[in-house]
Design a protein around this ligand. Structure first.
Ligand SMILES: CC(=O)N[C@@H](Cc1ccc2ccccc2c1)C(=O)O
Ligand SMILES: [Mg+2]
Length: 365
């Protein structure tokens, strides 16, 4: 496939409410889309991180630079989606930037063949159960009110963000108020092994999992923690490749994996992680990073693979945005439908995209 043009469109979309985690509070989704125009079709993707490197080391300005100066030159003009990772492997890191580039090229390639990304990846379902991620709140009553609303909308699973000082009590309150709902927590690396005895108190609440309690590079620490608490450990930030997944599983550092295509370099590696996990009997689920519909669509296709047996953070557009860049993804009886159109099966609404675009840059022409 011959790439003719690569554009980067900065977008800023206000969130319906602040989203607070242990690493910060977000009020706007401030990122960029990539648009790849080829001789046979065009493809779209979005960069999943933020202007600030708080969740991971990547951030918008750095991703724009590394794409313009180091990644796009290695994949133009002739390329296939399978070649992108190979052509760019000399560039260290920048998995989220590489994921955006590979995904836009994969989208164009699949559209030129008229194949949906779900069919391409091996989806075996047409809809998937949706979970929702609930931020850290100012009070327990506010948390209870939010969770009540999401359960009323039909979400199949509740995930609570936790951090030291906001963990046992909120979990206890939600468990006591809502009974045996599917419930899990995400610490985003906020704890250390010294907190093991404190985290063991969460064992009383029959959680599905505790996500990324320790630092992203502390595989050994997670293996030691797994010996001290009953709640299954799920890794997110620690798993950036199928190799990481194999290592963490072999060292008993996790019993569940949150698979985020953006974090691992794209959908091809995400599928490899799925395959490694399934081969070891480890359940996976599809994580999210407050994507617009451009990222939400293909994530739903990934979540439809057979090994994705736990509800993912594949919430409806309205969970984060009053207005999405695409037709909104809606929750129906606790399920989200997998797009069936060619490629990622979704595209920006031109007028909406114009309104939310703050700057455009041509990376290749
Ligand atoms: C839904 C959920 O909890 N997602 C992430 C946290 C997260 C959420 C939004 C993000 C936006 C920009 C950059 C990083 C982000 C990380 C998680 O599972 O840990
Ligand atoms: Mg997480």
């Amino acid at each position: 496939m011959k790439i003719e043009r690569v554009e980067l469109l900065h977008v800023a979309i206000p969130l319906v409410s602040p989203f607070r985690t242990s690493f910060g509070t977000m009020t706007t989704k401030d990122t960029f889309l990539l648009r790849v125009v080829t001789d046979s079709a065009e493809g779209w993707s979005e960069f999943a991180a933020d202007p600030e490197p708080l969740y991971c080391s990547e951030f918008v300005a750095a991703a724009e630079l590394v794409l313009h100066q180091h990644l796009v030159p290695r994949v133009t003009p002739e390329v296939t989606a399978a070649e992108v990772a190979h052509r760019t492997e000399a560039i260290k890191g920048h998995k989220l930037a590489k994921a955006a580039l590979e995904t836009a090229i994969l989208d164009a390639e699949l559209r030129s063949y008229g194949m949906s990304i779900g069919t391409f990846l091996g989806a075996t379902a047409t809809k998937v159960p949706a979970g929702v991620s609930v931020g850290i709140k100012n009070s327990i009553p506010e948390l209870i009110s939010d969770v009540e609303g999401y359960l009323a909308e039909g979400y199949a699973r509740i995930k609570l963000k936790i951090e030291p000082g906001w963990d046992v009590e909120p979990v206890r309150a939600v468990r006591e108020r809502f009974g045996d709902i599917l419930l899990q927590v995400d610490a985003n690396t906020a704890y250390t092994l010294a907190d093991a005895e404190h985290l063991r108190r969460l064992d009383a609440f029959d959680l599905l999992l505790i996500e990324q309690p320790l630092e992203e590079d502390d595989i050994r620490g997670h293996a030691l923690l797994a010996q001290r608490i009953r709640t299954p450990i799920c890794l997110d930030e620690s798993i950036t490749s199928a190799k990481d997944a194999a290592t963490a599983i072999a060292l008993d550092a996790c019993r569940v994996i949150n698979v985020k295509p953006a974090r691992v370099g794209g959908y091809l590696e995400a599928r490899r992680i799925h395959d490694v996990a399934v081969a070891h009997g480890i359940p996976v689920w599809c994580g999210g990073m407050l994507e617009t519909g451009i990222g939400r669509g293909p994530n739903l296709a990934l979540a439809a693979l057979p090994g994705f047996v736990l509800p993912g953070d594949v919430s409806a557009s309205r969970r984060y945005f009053a207005e999405d860049l695409t037709e909104p993804f809606e929750l129906e009886d606790g399920f989200m439908h997998v797009p069936t159109g060619p490629g990622i099966g979704i595209e920006p609404i031109p007028e909406t995209l114009r309104r939310f675009t703050t700057a455009t840059k041509v990376l290749y022409a």
